[in-house]
Design a protein around this ligand. Structure first.
Ligand SMILES: *[C@@H]1O[C@H](CO)[C@@H](O)[C@H](O)[C@H]1NC(C)=O
Ligand SMILES: *[C@@H]1O[C@H](CO)[C@@H](O)[C@H](O)[C@H]1NC(C)=O
Ligand SMILES: *[C@@H]1O[C@H](CO)[C@@H](O)[C@H](O)[C@H]1NC(C)=O
Ligand SMILES: *[C@@H]1O[C@H](CO)[C@@H](O)[C@H](O)[C@H]1NC(C)=O
Ligand SMILES: *[C@@H]1O[C@H](CO)[C@@H](O)[C@H](O)[C@H]1NC(C)=O
Ligand SMILES: *[C@@H]1O[C@H](CO)[C@@H](O)[C@H](O)[C@H]1NC(C)=O
Ligand SMILES: *[C@@H]1O[C@H](CO)[C@@H](O)[C@H](O)[C@H]1NC(C)=O
Ligand SMILES: *[C@@H]1O[C@H](CO)[C@@H](O)[C@H](O)[C@H]1NC(C)=O
Ligand SMILES: *[C@@H]1O[C@H](CO)[C@@H](O)[C@H](O)[C@H]1NC(C)=O
Ligand SMILES: *[C@@H]1O[C@H](CO)[C@@H](O)[C@H](O)[C@H]1NC(C)=O
Length: 690
């Protein structure tokens, strides 16, 4: 049945390639949604591609969208010898012919054929700079458009782009305001913003404060215009130039949709000519945080490096060549390591995940004190959710463990200063980004066993990779407190939810119990590293005693083949044993190799076309947990997982930014999750000790 399904999919794909002569190629895959500008929770614009809401992966003919679904109109048109074409969005004119699309970890690149006479290379670059906080702190992204003749003759070319005010607030009946200016070093920009700034407020997950900048170089042949969409785009379509005028009728975003356009007259061109644009958001105040001294506002980190928003803009614009080189080096590193770990299919998975993962975090603070905050995008907007940081964290362990510390610090700071009343670890630092205002009433979502285990595992992972034992000493008391909780609760877990809360609560969850036991053993190592050797001996005794009992309670030994269960004694159930990952990540050797081998032999017997279901209750799965499981599996089982998830990326009908929760048989949604940071877990294979 399964093989027939795969053959059918391959057949259909081949068939459409054949009939659609103008079809674009997609390399390494046609993702569910294509990242365009994806740099932070608020700069997150995509082209939906999957068939349930997208157009198959074409830049022209459909509007780009914010991750939550709202249109973020971003327009591209080109006039060649007097004929106007659309290359991005849906302003009206005929579309260029998309020849190819390619993504890397930091770039999305389209190649277009314009009327058979001109070629365009359109590159969207959202930099990821784990080693460079100054650059990482900027909420800006690049759009580079290269144009050249295809037929050996020169052609008269004008290039147009705009953004609409839909970018600047989630309530599209709110009033936008704007201005136009040029920096002293010649960067021209449209500045657009919500007229009434509502600090730290969101509507439909878009920010209600801050200033958007759409910019390009002020060349002699640049014209600009703000005004109604039909007027500005119409001016370009008919003349190829804009009026250099400023519409001062500030009005609701959805009233005669104001747009902010640039037109560049490139003249007669033969060889490749580049035009660079940047889009970005400047918010001086980033969030509120309930830290050691109570609730304080925190500034965006970029404000420590730049004296004004336009200084930041100029720096970013002029940094393109450096930024592009740095981005290519990161692309190459991820490519080399991914291919070495599990081949091209694995690179298809990791390179799609990188921008989405980093697009959920933001650096805040100042030069003496930095924090990294994470938004639980789409599932609820919680801030610093511990069981979302956990599936996300392999990308940081791989690229920059020091950034993991900056994520954990606010959680320690809040709880160690007594702002959280429960003896177990908190679930999150606030019900909605950007308010990390804590839970002084202790009434956050209860995942006590999950979060205590997560904090212990991630704290040790950071310290092991950086040899920062002082960090372990600094937080020893609260880590020991959480370990006490695990000692009481991990062996026989009470009826409770796990991180997969949508699946409901259950007693005696085998995988959850394992996380708790691994947490206790992690604390034994922490105790050793901090000179608390008596504690270490005690904790490791307890962890080993528990794991012996767990192998009796949690394994269906008589099943063929044997496997761990979803919950103790439920011998006809199974699930992904993804929490075993922590044992390998931390080199604990708590769990015998026989358990790894047993699971590796078992998974292929319950595999579906797009992976192994999360557990026996449903057909859906989670691709973050599939990659955790793959990372610790035998070579053939690892390849099975990787192949399934890569095929899913290419074939899924889902069109939102990569969901982590999907049906393993149909490839459709498991629920509504989209754009979540947990895809950082796709780097699980690269975060294991070498
Ligand atoms: C697009 O990129 C390809 C590959 O790098 C190059 O050969 C071609 O000249 C580029 N086209 C333009 C318009 O710059
Ligand atoms: C646009 O209009 C605003 C408000 O009248 C004004 O402050 C600004 O200088 C104008 N900009 C241009 C380029 O005309
Ligand atoms: C954050 O808190 C402020 C009050 O301090 C409130 O106005 C705002 O709506 C909150 N933001 C969100 C997204 O809940
Ligand atoms: C401006 O356009 C003219 C003709 O339209 C062209 O000759 C010239 O090279 C262009 N200048 C720049 C800086 O693009
Ligand atoms: C830096 O941030 C920390 C933490 O929010 C704050 O206590 C400190 O005053 C700030 N320092 C400066 C120079 O702004
Ligand atoms: C959990 O497992 C233990 C050990 O097998 C058993 O004694 C207990 O009844 C189970 N709890 C539930 C609610 O099934
Ligand atoms: C703690 O250190 C002792 C002495 O080196 C060692 O025998 C023991 O295995 C260590 N325990 C853990 C849990 O690492
Ligand atoms: C070991 O830890 C348990 C749980 O914290 C505690 O009850 C016990 O007294 C400890 N034993 C020793 C020898 O420290
Ligand atoms: C599950 O299987 C184990 C052996 O693997 C057996 O001891 C136990 O009784 C079984 N439990 C049930 C509820 O059938
Ligand atoms: C999985 O899907 C199959 C085929 O649609 C269906 O028969 C089965 O009931 C589903 N299983 C679960 C656990 O929902």
């Amino acid at each position: 049945m399964k093989y027939l399904g795969q053959a059918l999919v391959a057949l259909c794909a081949g068939f459409f390639d054949f009939v659609a002569a103008d079809a674009s190629t997609f390399s390494p895959a046609r993702p569910p949604a294509i990242p365009l500008g994806v740099k932070s929770p608020y700069l997150s614009t995509w082209q939906y591609a999957g068939s349930d809401g997208g157009n198959g992966g074409y830049l022209a003919g459909q509007w780009p969208q914010f991750w939550a679904g709202q249109i973020a109109a971003w327009t591209g048109m080109i006039r060649v010898d007097g004929t106007t074409y659309t290359w991005m969005g849906a302003p009206g004119p005929q579309s260029v012919t998309q020849k190819s699309f390619e993504y890397t970890s930091t770039k999305s690149i389209f190649t277009m054929d314009v009327g058979g006479v001109v070629e365009m290379n359109i590159t969207f670059l959202s930099p990821i700079t784990p080693d460079d906080q100054k650059r990482q702190s900027l909420v800006f992204s690049y759009l580079d458009v290269a144009v050249q003749s295809l037929d050996g003759h020169s052609h008269d070319v004008q290039l147009y782009t705009d953004i609409s005010a839909e970018w600047v607030a989630g309530d599209h009946s709110s009033v936008a305001q704007w201005d136009y200016g040029t920096t002293s070093d010649g960067i021209s920009y449209h500045k657009v913003y919500r007229q009434t700034q509502l600090l730290f407020s969101e509507t439909n997950d878009q920010a209600d404060w801050g200033y958007w900048y759409y910019a390009t170089q002020n060349t002699q042949n640049l014209t600009f215009q703000s005004g109604a969409d039909t007027a500005v785009r119409g001016a370009f379509e008919s003349n190829g130039v804009l009026a250099d005028t400023n519409d001062t009728n500030y009005r609701p975003i959805d009233q005669q949709y104001p747009v902010f356009g640039f037109s560049s007259d490139l003249g007669y061109i033969l060889n490749s000519v580049n035009t660079l644009y940047t889009i970005g958001l400047a918010q001086e105040q980033a969030m509120q945080f309930d830290g050691a001294t109570g609730i304080v506002p925190l500034t965006s980190l970029w404000t420590s490096y730049f004296s004004s928003e336009t200084d930041a803009l100029s720096f970013f614009y002029n940094d393109y060549s450096t930024s592009s080189t740095t981005a290519s080096a990161l692309d190459q590193k991820i490519a080399t390591d991914s291919i070495a770990a599990a081949g091209q299919d694995y690179l298809t998975i990791t390179s799609l995940a990188a921008r989405q993962a980093f697009g959920a975090v933001e650096l805040v603070g100042n030069l003496t004190q930095q924090y990294l905050f994470l938004k639980e995008i789409s599932s609820d907007g919680n801030i610093q959710t511990v069981d979302v940081i956990f599936p996300f964290h392999p990308i940081l362990v791989y690229l920059k463990p020091e950034l993991l510390k900056l994520l954990l610090d606010p959680l320690f700071e809040n709880q160690e200063s007594g702002q959280y009343p429960n003896k177990y670890s908190m679930h999150d630092l606030g019900a909605h980004w950007p308010n990390a205002t804590g839970h002084p009433d202790g009434a956050d979502e209860q995942q006590p066993l999950e979060e205590c285990g997560n904090m212990l595992i991630m704290t040790l992972a950071y310290a092991q990779r950086t040899n920062d034992n002082a960090y372990l000493s600094q937080h020893y008391n609260i880590l020991a407190q959480w370990t006490e909780y695990l000692i009481e609760e991990a062996l026989i877990p009470a009826d409770q939810i796990s991180t997969d809360d949508f699946a409901g609560s259950l007693a005696n969850q085998t995988d959850l119990a394992l996380k708790g036991m691994i947490g206790i053993e992690a604390m034994a190592v922490i105790a050793n590293l901090t000179g608390n050797t008596a504690d270490a001996a005690n904790y490791t005794n307890i962890a080993h005693s528990y794991i012996e009992q767990w192998q009796v309670l949690g394994i269906a030994h008589d099943a063929t083949p044997p496997h761990t269960t979803l919950a103790y004694g439920m011998n006809d159930t199974h699930g992904l044993l993804y929490n075993l990952y922590g044992d390998a990540e931390l080199s604990l050797n708590l769990v015998p190799q026989s358990v790894y081998d047993m699971q590796s032999a078992f998974y292929p017997t319950v595999n579906e076309i797009y992976g192994v279901p999360l557990d026996t209750r449903h057909n859906y799965t989670k691709n973050d947990w599939e990659m955790f499981t793959a990372a610790i599996a035998s070579d053939t089982t690892k390849q099975m997982f990787v192949k399934d998830v890569a095929a899913w990326i290419d074939q899924t009908t889902t069109s939102k930014p990569e969901t982590d929760w999907y049906d393993a048989i149909t490839g459709g949604y498991g629920g509504g999750f989209t754009a979540r940071p947990v895809v950082g877990g796709h780097f699980a294979l690269l975060a294991l000790p070498t």
